[in-house]
Design a protein around this ligand. Structure first.
Ligand code: AP5
Ligand code: MG
Length: 221
């Protein structure tokens, strides 16, 4: 499956992509995660991206396209991928089309998670992740089964993202509506866009997404 998950900051792209990787056996390609790793490692790309990300603005198309192009060549993408947070501009969407055309592996689905702005703010404000394995949690919507211990790896340290604050979120939402929302028209015009209601709880959205992805798939016998 070659899939894009579209949606504003906090819509649940990462949460759903992580669960889908296990189900579909394809990797999650999150440009946000890749850029955060580059920042943490202090690479040349990380140094260029750090301040831009902290401000909630978009990193340049050239940097992000190069990261994705390199990542798509990894072996684990042979059976497909879930793009999370990319493309984010029309120029990135064109670049992705060109990359996939060259590889003769066209996109199969683009699914938008539709979520109200108020819910986005609440989801972003309560988000935290396991410092060891990256599993995502939420103060209200997804607490660890045992308080203070990661369900997945047993880690006991957690972290919050530097850009998850009210001021930066405003800038991120502006960037989303200005630069990324036009992608829904771009993919709609190509007959690829599907929208699902992202307002339900994590399990409900997971079910809606599975149903959408199941459409048009040949049943395995
Ligand atoms: P990125 O990391 O992509 O951040 P984002 O798009 O702002 O999206 P988020 O990760 O904030 O939200 P999400 O949809 O993944 O939500 P999540 O599943 O975590 O990008 C960060 C920065 O990197 C950008 O600002 C930019 O600077 C740069 N960047 C990245 N890609 C780029 C690109 N292509 N071009 C240029 N720059 C780029 O869920 C949020 C919380 O809600 C979690 O706590 C979760 O537990 C909870 N939750 C999830 N679903 C539900 C639900 N259904 N109900 C209740 N709670 C839920
Ligand atoms: Mg994310």
């Amino acid at each position: 499956m070659r899939l894009i998950l579209l949606g504003p900051p906090g819509a649940g792209k990462g949460t759903q992509a992580k669960m889908l990787t296990e189900k579909l056996g394809v990797p999650q390609l999150s440009t946000g995660d890749m850029l955060r790793e580059a920042v943490a490692a202090g690479t040349a790309t990380g140094k260029k991206a750090k301040a831009v990300m902290e401000a909630g603005k978009l990193v340049s198309d050239a940097i992000v396209n190069a990261i994705v192009s390199e990542r798509l060549d990894h072996k684990d993408c042979a059976r497909g991928f879930i793009l999370d947070g990319y493309p984010r501009t029309l120029a990135q969407a064109d670049a992705l089309s060109a990359m996939l055309r060259k590889k003769r592996k066209p996109l199969q689905k683009v699914v938008e998670l539709v979520v109200d702005d108020d819910a986005l703010v609440e989801r972003i404000a309560g988000r935290y992740t396991c410092a060891k394995c990256g599993e995502g949690f939420h103060d209200k919507f997804k607490q660890p089964r045992n308080a203070g211990t990661c369900d997945k790896c047993g880690g006991t340290e957690f972290k919050r993202r530097a850009d998850d604050n009210a001021d930066t979120l405003r800038v991120r939402l502006f960037a989303y509506y200005k630069d990324t929302a036009p992608l829904t028209g771009y993919y709609h015009a190509q007959g690829m866009l599907r929208k699902i209601d992202g307002m339900g709880d994590i399990t409900k959205v997971k079910r809606l997404l599975a149903a959408e992805l199941g459409k048009g798939q040949k049943r395995r016998t």
